[in-house]
Design a protein around this ligand. Structure first.
Ligand code: AMP
Length: 305
């Protein structure tokens, strides 16, 4: 059950209270596809420059990620740098150099267009819409967005998410998109915009899933050391959709229970938590599926009463 992931493949510079790395592999599509690769066949659509290193390509290939849709063009790969606050709940963007990403026109190899699952990472809503329009036979499509698109591209964004099954955003974005401070009201308003499933990510505080008839709330996994939260939201998305793809789920179908969607939220939380344990994508060099399932079971224990 293959999954197509669209978004940035980047180099990142990150500073947290635990240290600083000036340049390392990053990008939303990188994190999403690494996380999803533990659950399902994952195919990436993105663009990089001619400075993109073979060892970075190799990490994705070692995870079985299909890179036929990773376009390589002359120029420099997208570069982003950010610095976290001491509690790591917030960050400031220091640099965004779009480079080859500025001209990104997602091109789907023919094999990709029949994939049943689609995750649209945070890119221009018009591009997200164009990609969705190229897909035939989707069972589940959804994605992510950010404050910039909510504020300055609102109409385009609304037209885009109207066609999605699920939307994954953080709490500040949910408030901004809906115009409601109260998250329950915000969720109701967003569910009226199109997606029938909404996940609101709350960083270290966990996540909430809303549908018209149900909700599910999960705390964050308590790590003793958070080294670098970059990509945690994307890894959440990768774990969430990856699990649903692995199970062959179709959110429109009646047989999907709240329990199954809840498990997808837990797998999302598990993948987000692993991501924070090392800088950048480092944790994915050694992470095994058995560790993922063990942490899933831990979640079950500490949330049951
Ligand atoms: P997250 O921490 O889940 O929000 O994701 C961080 C990743 O998003 C980093 O690896 C960045 O390379 C990437 N990123 C940051 N800003 C942008 C942007 N404007 N467009 C696309 N990707 C971005």
């Amino acid at each position: 059950m293959s999954l197509v992931v669209v978004g940035s493949v980047a180099y990142d510079g990150v500073e947290t209270p635990h240290g600083r790395v000036d340049r390392m592999l990053g990008g939303a599509a990188t994190y999403i596809s690494l996380a999803a690769s533990y659950f399902t066949k994952t195919r990436v659509v993105a663009v990089v420059g001619d400075d993109f290193a073979q060892e970075d390509t190799n990490l994705l290939l070692e995870h079985g990620v299909d890179l036929e849709g990773l376009e390589r063009v002359p120029g420099k790969t997208f570069f982003w740098a950010g610095k976290y606050t001491p509690d790591m709940n917030d960050r400031v963007t220091l640099t965004t150099e779009l480079n080859v990403f500025a001209e990104f026109q997602p091109k789907l190899p023919p094999l990709y267009t029949t994939a049943p699952y689609l995750l649209l990472g945070n890119i221009q809503p018009r591009l997200q819409r164009e990609v969705r329009a190229q897909m035939n036979g989707l069972r589940l499509a959804g994605g992510d967005t950010m404050n910039f698109w909510i504020k300055d591209f609102r109409e385009e964004l609304l037209a885009t998410i109207r066609e999605w099954d699920f939307l994954l955003i953080n709490d500040a974005e949910a408030r901004m998109l809906s115009g409601h401070e109260n998250l329950k009201r915000a969720a109701r308003a967003i569910l009226d915009m199109g997606p029938h499933t909404l996940v609101i990510k709350r960083g270290e505080y966990g996540a909430m899933l809303f549908r018209n008839d149900s909700m599910f709330v999960v705390p964050g996994y308590l790590l003793e050391d958070v080294f670098d939260p970059t990509g945690a939201g994307d890894c959440f998305a990768g774990g969430f959709i990856g699990y649903l793809a692995q199970q062959g789920f179709d959110l429109e179908a009646d047989h999907i229970s709240r329990g199954e969607l809840s498990r997808a939220v837990i797998y999302g939380s598990v993948m987000g938590s692993f991501c924070c344990e090392r800088f950048g994508v480092e944790r994915f060099r050694t992470l095994e599926r058995s560790e993922i399932d063990a942490r899933f079971e831990e979640f079950r224990k500490f949330t049951s009463f």
